[in-house]
Write a protein that binds this ligand. Structure first.
Ligand code: ZN
Ligand code: ZN
Length: 80
């Protein structure tokens, strides 16, 4: 059973800001912000997050924030 390391507090991935190269902070899973998200969705249906299509059974989209320059980025975190 694969899972998202970020959602389980085991994140060892480090992502750096493409603008200033500072280390970014994971502010959470992007779909948590969507009102119409249902955890009971058929997992075979691909999630569509801001036009980025990914397979919710193999990766998770997280919103990363750079506290240095204030940019935020959506990062696809592969499950482990
Ligand atoms: Zn996640
Ligand atoms: Zn930055």
């Amino acid at each position: 059973m694969s899972f998202c390391p970020n959602c389980n507090g085991m994140n060892e991935n480090m992502y750096t800001c493409s603008t200033c190269a500072a280390e970014m902070i994971d502010t959470g899973k992007v779909v948590d912000y969507l009102d119409n998200y249902s955890p009971y969705l058929d997992m075979s249906i691909l999630e569509q997050v801001d036009g980025v299509q990914h397979d919710p059974t193999s990766s998770c989209i997280h919103l990363y924030y750079c506290s240095s320059c204030g940019e935020d980025y959506r990062i696809e975190v592969p499950y482990v």
